[in-house]
Write a protein that binds this ligand. Structure first.
Ligand code: F6R
Length: 609
């Protein structure tokens, strides 16, 4: 996730406004920043890695000439956060300048075609293909206008994008286009703006025009023209008035980042599922060769590792050892060796325990693989190979969207390994791949259909002193994650066990009215889990079940239930089943008067009498 901004002013310098608008988009990404303006037919570009304020101190981002310009604040997806990879990117002649948010899936093919035609690339980004594509289109069809060349180039691109483009060839316009990545226009009497998000321009105007998928927009002194990318036909759309305050707008109208990020999961999952094949194949090759594999992480990321150990075992017959990073050195520090492989999972890529575990393993010559949301983080620097989840910055205190993105990468790795090792039939492979591709839609359905139900459940049980979370098999990881979220955000002591273990002690805690959340996918553990539900009911527990639609058996036993769509394969189940548990933690926190975006000391001020 990155932020793009374009500014077409009737008069005056665009750069200071682009700079301040990018500051308001910094929550979308902040590892690099860049601005390009056009004046007297000449392009000026300033860009560098680092936060906007730091880059501004060095380069003075307000000091670029011209009333037309584009800017970008980056969250790296392809290529580390370095000056050379920062946007804007240009063609060979430096005449076409592009900023982009999204992922160009076929960039490697396009890049090699363009290189064969003599184009020189300087960055590792996917974005850089776009200015070269436009340049090549114009070279081969000199009669085309810039707009037509952009339209032709877009037809060659697979993936998601919001582009803003300026060029010395037609210096009096900004062209932008959208497919899946957000794009919105702002309008006032001084000019026109295009941005990834409304907060970017809300300080200067509350008149906005939403741009839809498959649309291209041309901003000129005459106004804005919207066209369909497929056939170039014109579309008329009037501005609407945005009533949000700037503070509300940053959260896109949601009251907290946590709920915004829960709702973002359909988008972040589809971005992550778009991962380039070669990264996944490379990591799969390392896993295939490994003698022993440790999955190392903390907190929520550890729960992703725990779920992954079931995925690797069930799909690829690969035994893996999920280990809490804080225990790794004590537990395996002496035995880890050149034949060991560590797959470290960390949203931030900076968690001290995870880095300590990885450093210890590296010193003993183990192979380090990484999965992180922050490209350029310490973990990416230490890892032999890493994959970046494409979830964008996670601002809420609780990990939500990054958990489901981590799981979707781990599931893809397990599937690929299974295929590579011949452990799966083509039919099973196709079904799982199809279900995986549908997960964004599945999660969207859950959020839309179950949110109110979860709100009511939160209201009913918010005053409980303790919660239990139980699941079997891979759902043990989901249960652990549900417990962690509730404790972390709603401050209710919670206990989680594999359901089969609960009778070996923990069950003695159960009293009348005690809420027990059961994670109940319709998998091999379903029948046994019903036995566990009966045990708990017999002791007076209140059963809150997360079930598949149509699971009448468990619905009949539960006091309350939350439904997820039918037919989710067991190995993928932690992704959709975790979502209602995130909502439960969020709404329970609200019921208890806590701010879910704040750490404990700031979540609520308590007066002690
Ligand atoms: C829970 C949470 C933490 C992190 C843990 C690891 O909501 O946010 O448990 O998951 O601190 O952080 P990363 O993944 O950045 O290594």
């Amino acid at each position: 996730m990155c932020g793009i901004f374009g500014c077409f002013l009737n008069e005056g310098n665009a750069a200071p406004l682009i700079h301040s608008s990018l500051k308001r988009l910094e929550y979308r990404g902040y590892d690099s920043v860049g601005i390009a303006t056009i004046s007297d037919g000449k392009i000026t570009i300033k860009k560098d890695q680092g936060k906007i304020d730091d880059v501004h101190k060095i380069h003075n981002l307000d000091d670029l000439p011209g009333s037309i310009g584009i800017g970008h604040t980056r969250w790296a997806t392809h290529g580390a956060p370095l000056q050379v990879n920062s946007h804007p990117h240009t063609d060979c002649a430096g005449e076409i300048v592009v900023v982009h948010n999204g992922i160009i899936e076929n960039f490697l093919e396009l890049k090699s075609e363009l290189q064969n035609l003599g184009h020189t690339f300087v960055s590792k980004t996917d974005t850089e293909v776009m200015p070269h594509l436009i340049e090549e289109t114009l070279k081969q069809n000199p009669q085309l206008s810039l707009e037509q060349a952009v339209l032709e180039s877009l037809k060659k691109i697979d993936g998601s994008y919001a582009f803003a483009i300026i060029s010395t060839r037609e210096p009096d316009k900004i062209i932008c286009a959208r497919n899946e990545s957000p794009l919105v226009l702002g309008i006032n009497s001084h000019g026109l703006f295009c941005a990834s998000d409304i907060p970017a321009f809300l300080e200067v105007t509350n008149k906005a025009v939403m741009i839809n998928n498959g649309e291209l927009v041309v901003l000129t002194a005459k106004g804005y023209e919207i066209k369909k990318i497929s056939d170039g036909s014109a579309i008329t759309r009037e501005p609407i008035t945005i009533e949000w305050t700037p503070e509300m707008a940053i959260k896109q109208g949601y009251p907290h980042f946590m709920i915004k990020e829960i709702h973002e999961q359909p988008e972040t999952l589809s971005n992550t599922l778009r991962m380039q094949d070669h990264y996944l194949d490379l990591l799969t090759t390392f896993l295939d060769r490994a003698n022993e594999v440790f999955l190392v992480a903390c907190g929520t990321s550890y729960h992703a590792c725990l779920a992954a150990s079931y995925m690797f075992s069930k799909l690829a017959f690969l035994p893996t050892y999920p280990v809490y990073a804080s225990e790794f050195v004590e537990q395996h520090g002496k035995s880890v060796n050149i034949d060991s492989t560590i797959l470290a999972v960390s949203q931030s890529g900076e968690t001290a325990d995870t880095l300590a575990a990885v450093t210890c393993a590296q010193q003993r010559a183990a192979t380090i693989l990484g999965l992180t949301n922050v490209i350029g983080s310490s973990l990416t620097r230490i890892s032999r190979v890493y994959i970046g989840t494409q979830a964008g910055p996670e601002i809420g205190v609780a990990a939500t969207k990054t958990f489901t993105s981590q799981l979707s990468v781990l599931a893809q790795l397990a599937l690929r390994l299974s295929k590579k090792r011949g452990k799966i039939s083509q039919d099973e492979m196709d079904t799982l791949a199809e279900k995986l591709d549908k997960l964004p839609e599945t999660v969207d359905t859950i959020v839309r259909s179950q949110e109110d139900k979860v709100k009511n459940i939160a209201k009913k049980y918010a005053n409980s002193k303790v919660f239990f979370f139980l699941g079997r098999g891979i759902s043990t990881a989901t249960a652990f994650e549900g417990r962690l979220k509730l404790m972390e955000i709603a401050y209710i002591p919670s206990i989680a066990f594999p359901a089969g273990e609960s009778k070996h002690g923990p069950i003695s805690l159960i009293e009348d009215g005690f809420p027990v959340v059961f994670i109940c996918p319709k998998d091999d553990s379903h029948r046994t889990l019903i036995g566990n539900i009966m045990e708990m009911k017999a002791r007076g527990a209140k059963i809150i079940a997360v079930v598949e639609e149509g699971d009448q058996e468990i619905k009949g036993l539960a006091d309350d239930y939350i439904e997820v769509p039918k037919g989710i394969p067991s190995v993928l189940s932690p992704i959709p089943f975790a979502v209602p548990l995130q909502l439960l933690a969020y709404y329970t926190a609200l019921e208890k008067g806590f701010n879910p975006d704040m750490p404990r000391n700031l979540a609520k001020s308590v007066t002690v009498k």
